[in-house]
Ligand binder design. Sequence first.
Ligand SMILES: Cc1ncc(COP(=O)(O)O)c(C=O)c1O
Length: 352
Amino acid sequence: MASAPLGDDVYREDPTVNRLEEQAAEILGKEAALLCVSGSMGNLVAMLAWVPRGGEIIGGESSHSLEGEAGGYAVLVGASARGVKRGPDGTLPPDAIAAAFRDPSQDVHDPISSLVTIENTYNASGGLPLTVEYTEAVAAVAHERGVPLHLDGARLFNAVVSLGVPAAELCRPADSVMIALSKGLACPVGSIVAGSAEFVRRARRARKLVGGGMRQAGIIAAAGVLALRYGPDGMIDRMAEDHANARRLAEGLASFPFISVDLSRVRTNFVMFRVLPTSEAEHPLVARERFVAALDALGVRTFAHVDGQIRAVTHYNISAGDIDRALEIVPQAWRAIGGGVPAGVAGAALLT
Ligand SMILES: Cc1ncc(COP(=O)(O)O)c(C=O)c1O
């Protein structure tokens, strides 16, 4: 980063940004790519590029772009959102996406369905990797109705590693894709939006509109150039370590009688789990809040996530040793909130 050749990226004169954008377009199998400040900005410029004012975006309820980006689709795009419920396998059923489309030619009340968006991996479903076949099925629903598909791939490379499928293949059915450089790829800053040359031209203009045109951005892009590579020199294949650490954590958590975790859902770098209330009178969400706070106070950071669950995430800076240390702290946190365990219950020894 310190030695990156620099220029003015607003005039497309920063050679390091240009190099990253070309590299990203190639790895994602798209015509062109654009460096953005954050994943939120990447999703926002994609929505600005695709969706007219008064348009409606169909996506997952609890999806990041619809519920976790300060309502940018409403404030800056002028769009409404239609959230689709997750099915039992954690994906958004393609027929539910189809049913979410509106037909304003029949009914003047309806907004205009303008974009479908899905996440891979799907954050609200515990980092579930979505297959090429699933993505194709959703793209078919969108394209049959004349609407593009945007893939929020903040953690796309976790899916790539988990499924063993190249990124270009996973992105092929989508018209645009956003990937984060600052998550599993471990760069300090940045995200990429990719798609056709015409889409990226519109997204570049939208990026300028929201103040995201940066000057000597090669400082940021240089880390992306190194990270966004397959093989031992890049940061993609390394994510298998994060997945192994997540499994190690999940298996350790499963041994505690006061925690429930579905090991079959631990597919990438997320572990979603629940903690029992410490007494019959305690509301589960209160128990969760107290437990997350107790873990935090003891140095283990987790996150209160959807459906009353707690989310733990592994990444480049978390080692197997850190996981073992976290597993020592978990029963301490449980005791700190007054949790006990009935004698004879499996795992009781861990609490003594
Ligand atoms: C699925 C998903 N999309 C987009 C983002 C936004 O990324 P950023 O935090 O870089 O704005 C996140 C952030 O956690 C995310 O989980």
